[in-house]
Design a protein around this ligand. Sequence first.
Ligand code: ADE
Length: 240
Amino acid sequence: MKITIMTLFPEMIEQCISHSIMGRAIQNGIVNIEAIDIRKYSGNKHNQVDDYPYGGGAGMLIRAQPVKDCYNAIEKSHNTRVIYMTPAGKVWNQKLAEEFSNEKEIIILCGHYEGIDQRVIDDIVTDEISIGDYVLTGGEIAAITITDSIIRLIDGVLGKKESFEMESFSDNLLEHNHYTRPRVFEGREVPEVLLEGNHKKIEQYRREQSLRNTAIKRPDLLEKANLSICEKEYVKNFLE
Ligand code: ADE
């Protein structure tokens, strides 16, 4: 998969993607992530990409032309999706991460200052995405967030040890709790059932934990979860 990120701060992206699992996926050639500096396409000798908004108001806007020229310089197919990171977009979630992880290539556009001239957004953007109902100083951190959540779903990116088969949000339930050695930590014991080696009992215990965690921490998710009649009764114990 190829992800091209259009930004005024390519170093921010390069720093973040070069470590841990994302860094390894790039090294192994599973994903190709490139940050392109919109400023290179300023078209003027001062490398200025912003200008005052028509109609007045605070702040500066990124001009349409550098963004369009930057976009034109990217090698892509005619149907490549272009995501614009904006707090006004659709709120990102695991389902969207799964959807985008099936694309061969994606372009992500990061805004800064007060935003980008609407005409180039209308021209090139296919999807407007927000990572939550708060405002960041720019789209870079949001772009890295969605990139991370997409590429970890691509075949071969996670090792067996990091497998995502049983993880938060699969089937709209939160994960069960996890424990490792030692058996007793500052007086707190690992639940007995995990030490007994009865895999059926362990599976059931973990399912109950997962239901309990979801009911307590994210009851809103339960509506979309696939629960048996018994499980629906069970979660009622933890709902107010
Ligand atoms: N840019 C500024 N705030 C943002 C947000 N919440 N999500 C995506 N991009 C943004």
